[in-house]
Each structure stands twice: as structure tokens, then as C-alpha cells.
Ligand binder design. Structure first.
Ligand code: HEM
Length: 179
């Protein structure tokens, strides 16, 4: 979070608010959002599919009309595609990696892929980027009294759409950018 705040406050130095132009320069913000969607895809099983014809996959016969559930949550965490897949490491999306979530890289599919890919990607990402950048620009965030970082529950509640297991309580401290 501190690294992200540094980036946002450097890009928006002497400004009152974050603008869309500013977001283009925030590479760490984009990496943090990708990494968050990798570890916590809101629709972990995507939308169910049905096989349109009989086929074979890895030696298994798949009859026509089979319901197919794609475990994007597990695919995003497959050790084949990166080191320490259970850990939050946005650096994996920095540098020369071009892996994105637009359905071209099957190791990262929080928005699905193919013809049924989420049509709201651009709307979702612009909103998430602006919202995160704005709240981190204007506030410092602390954990409530008595909660320590290492014990903070980051688990997901199971379901077709996923949310946090525990409600998120944070304490905002307003930052005076004029100082
Ligand atoms: C972080 C935000 C979002 C995530 C992670 C997300 C994820 C997904 C996923 C995984 C699917 C299924 C894709 C597949 O099975 O291949 C989907 C479908 C869909 N999403 Fe999103 N979505 C998000 C935001 C939005 C927004 C903002 C809108 C609309 C404004 C939207 C509209 C839709 C629609 C209409 C479908 C159904 C597409 C179809 O079945 O043809 N989504 N989304």
C-alpha cells in the first residue's frame, strides 16, 4: 500500500484529484489490481459452458452436451505459471511481462475468455483504478485497534461470486496535500 501511495502521490503531485490521464502513468497500480484479480477472482468458476460436440481431453471422453465449469481460481494459482502462486507479488506483472486479463493469456482469466468473455472489462478496470487511486491519494489507511497485519483475514467466502469472508474494517486518516 505504501508503495502504491508513493506512486499515486508522485504522479498527482500538487494536484487536488486523480485524473484519467494520471492513471496511465501508474504502472504499479495496474500490477496491484492484476495481482488482486489473480488471487481473488470475483467469479471463480466463470460462466458455465456446454460442450457442443463429443471430444477427448487428456484421454477422457467428453460427450456432447457436457456441462463444463472452468476453475479460473485454480488456473490463476497454478504453479506452472509463476513462482509462489499463493503469495501477493504484484512485481510478477512488472517489467517485460505482457500477461494481461483480456482473454489472450489463459493463465490469468478473472474476466473469462473466448466469446463469452466479460464485456464489462474496460468499465470495471477504469472504475477500479480510479477508485483505488483516489482513496489512496486522499487517505492513509490503518487497521482498527487490536488487529495486526499478520493476523488479518484475507480468505474468500465460497460461492458463485466471491467476496471477503470477514467484513473489511479500515480506519481512514485524511492527508493534507497542501502541507
Ligand atoms: C472486476 C469486475 C468484473 C469481473 C471480475 C467480471 C468477471 C466476469 C466473468 C468471469 C464473466 C464470465 C466470462 C466467461 O465465462 O468467460 C463475466 C461475464 C459478464 N460480465 Fe463481467 N465482470 C466484472 C465486471 C463487469 C461489469 C462492470 C459489467 C457491466 C457493466 C459486466 C458485465 C458482464 C456481462 C454482461 C457478462 C456476461 C457475458 C456473456 O455471458 O456473454 N461485468 N464477467
Amino acid at each position: 500500500m505504501l508503495k502504491l501511495q508513493q506512486e499515486i502521490r508522485m504522479v498527482c503531485h500538487n494536484k487536488e484529484n486523480v485524473t484519467e490521464e494520471d492513471l496511465k502513468k501508474m504502472t504499479w497500480l495496474k500490477a496491484v489490481i492484476k495481482e488482486t484479480l489473480r488471487l481473488h477472482p470475483p467469479a471463480p468458476l466463470l460462466v458455465p459452458r456446454e460442450s457442443s460436440e463429443e471430444t477427448q481431453i487428456n484421454g477422457y471422453d467428453v460427450p456432447k452436451g457436457t456441462k463444463v465449469l472452468i476453475n479460473a481460481w485454480a488456473i490463476n494459482r497454478d504453479p506452472k505459471f509463476g513462482q509462489n502462486p499463493e503469495e501477493f507479488i504484484p512485481e510478477r506483472f512488472m517489467g517485460d511481462t505482457s500477461v494481461d486479463f483480456r482473454g489472450n493469456h489463459f493463465q490469468l482469466i478473472p474476466f473469462g475468455g473466448g466469446r463469452r468473455i466479460c464485456p464489462g472489462i474496460n468499465f470495471a478496470i477504469s472504475n477500479i483504478e480510479m477508485m483505488i487511486a483516489t482513496i489512496l491519494f486522499h487517505f492513509n489507511w490503518e487497521l482498527p485497534c487490536g488487529i495486526i497485519r499478520d493476523e488479518f483475514d484475507m480468505s474468500d467466502a465460497p460461492g458463485l461470486s466471491v467476496r471477503r469472508n470477514e467484513k473489511l474494517y479500515l480506519v481512514p486518516r485524511e492527508v493534507d496535500h497542501t502541507i
